[in-house]
Design a protein around this ligand. Structure first.
Ligand code: MN
Length: 236
């Protein structure tokens, strides 16, 4: 069923992935790897320990990048979308799942139009502290460029299978999740679906009261919901 989705994604999007790692992430695809996959219970134990931030930390020199190291815990189901003008512009869509922000890089940003499927490349989990991060990551550091908090709020898990609620961690592992966002720019339900076995997902607006076929906030509303600043304001 995802073939038709894939055809709708711009080749422009697909040709130049953002700074996403291409290696398989064991936690999100149990049972499909040639390597022994991490079990769901192992995944949940790891999440309970504070999440899988090793990859996040290993990619960065946090003393230079100015980004949070992580460690703070929080409650509630937060979401954040950061607009990141790196070597390529993208929007980092992050959902708090367990103790981390599970993250996707969306080159074109979320759309409110249910007809549009937006490529969302899963990237490494980020610490919860990252949800409030705005600033400039210096040249030479991973993801160098400017970051603003483009939208933020809470979400509710709507994922169901055969009429039963599916916990977020299971939904993530299965590659299908549906959430209702309560943000400033984004409201209503969105679906995230993994295409095949890699890290490419699609982010699609569900046709509900939050859908809008005319407004294009990713293009017209560039300001931070925290500070009112734009990426340009943070550029050198
Ligand atoms: Mn990014």
């Amino acid at each position: 069923m995802f073939r038709s989705y894939a055809q709708d994604v711009d080749t422009h999007d697909r040709a130049e992935p953002v700074h996403a790692p291409r290696e398989r992430r064991r936690a999100c695809s149990p049972g499909t790897s040639a390597r022994l996959p991490e079990s769901l219970s192992g995944y949940l134990r790891r999440m309970a320990r504070g999440g899988g931030l090793e990859e996040y930390r290993s990619k960065r020199d946090l003393s230079k990048s100015g980004e949070p190291a992580g460690g703070r815990r929080g409650s509630g189901d937060r979401f954040v979308v950061q607009r990141h003008e790196a070597s390529r512009l993208h929007f980092d869509f992050r959902l708090q799942i367990g103790g981390v922000l599970v993250s996707w890089a969306v080159p074109k940003g979320p759309s409110l139009n249910p007809d549009y499927k937006r490529l969302a490349v899963r990237t490494e989990d980020h610490p919860l502290d990252y949800a409030a991060f705005e600033g400039r990551i210096p040249e030479g550091e991973y993801g160098a460029g400017t970051v603003i908090v483009w939208d933020a709020g809470t979400y509710r898990n709507l994922t169901e299978k055969r009429g039963r609620a599916v916990p977020m961690s299971d939904a993530l592992a299965h590659g299908h999740l549906k959430v209702r966002l309560e943000g400033e720019k984004l409201t209503g339900a969105f679906a995230l679906s993994r295409m095949g076995e890699g890290e490419d997902w699609l982010l699609v607006k569900i046709d509900d009261e939050g859908a809008d076929r005319r407004r294009k906030p990713a293009k017209t509303r560039l300001e931070s919901v925290l500070s009112g600043r734009t990426n340009k304001d943070l550029a050198p």
